[in-house]
Design a binder for this molecule. Structure first.
Ligand code: MD3
Ligand code: FE
Length: 199
């Protein structure tokens, strides 16, 4: 386990066969709730495509960021795959179940700027992240914008847990190494985050 400013990273938590099985589960999620490119309040499209599973899903549009009980095209979000709930049970240290699973897809050139995650109703629950596919350069700072940062390449099968003081650190994805993994036949990266958003 690697400690990156309070973020606990478990390298290769998932073996290749478990990664492939989860990818199949996520294909079912994406079939039921297609990926969309969220728009920021200022009207710019994010480069990452997203969808969600669970009782709530994260969306962003001209009205702002928030969790919603339905996909922007209408319809409930699909249920969170059981294999992801197993990972949450194994690493989160929380007895509350996650009610949302955000699926981020990074194609060639996609990135995510530095931000804090604070749209959840209570911020005492941890966030658990799983990386699948191409490697990504993850950057983490402190709880104030603009301070010192540390970087780490995240690889397919890595799991990270953001709890306690690390829950509110600034973080982002600077770039991916497109084509560095053969898990996704067309290349790209999927990151899934499990959260308690509604309580
Ligand atoms: C630190 N996702 O979905 S995962 C996000 O790889 C997000 O797609 C990135 O940032 C990705 O919000 C980074 C690692 C991560 C996820 C959530 C965090 C780090 C975090 C929440 C709080 C602090
Ligand atoms: Fe985040």
């Amino acid at each position: 386990m690697i400690d990156l400013g309070g973020i606990k990273v478990h390298p290769s938590h998932l073996a290749r066969d478990a990664q492939a099985a989860l990818l199949d589960d996520l294909r079912d999620v994406i079939r039921a709730a297609p990926l969309f490119q969220p728009e920021t309040q200022r009207g710019a499209k994010m480069s990452v495509r997203m969808t969600s599973a669970g009782d709530l899903g994260w969306i962003s549009d001209r009205r702002g960021y928030r969790y919603e009980p339905r996909h922007p095209a209408g319809g409930d979000w699909p249920t969170i795959p059981a294999a992801l709930l197993d990972i949450w049970r194994d690493v989160s240290g929380s007895d509350v179940q996650p009610d949302t699973c955000l699926v981020n897809f990074y194609g060639e050139g996609a990135r995510m700027g530095m931000h804090q995650d604070r749209d959840e109703a209570s911020l005492e629950h941890p966030v658990v992240s799983l990386s699948l596919g191409d490697q990504a350069l993850f950057r983490v700072g402190g709880t104030a914008r603009g301070g010192k940062t540390q970087s780490l390449w995240l690889s397919s099968g890595d799991v990270a847990v953001m709890g306690g003081a690390a829950r509110l650190v600034y973080h982002g994805i600077d770039r991916i190494r497109f084509g560095s993994s053969d898990l996704l036949p067309q290349g790209g990266r999927i990151n899934v985050t499990l959260r308690v958003a509604g309580r």
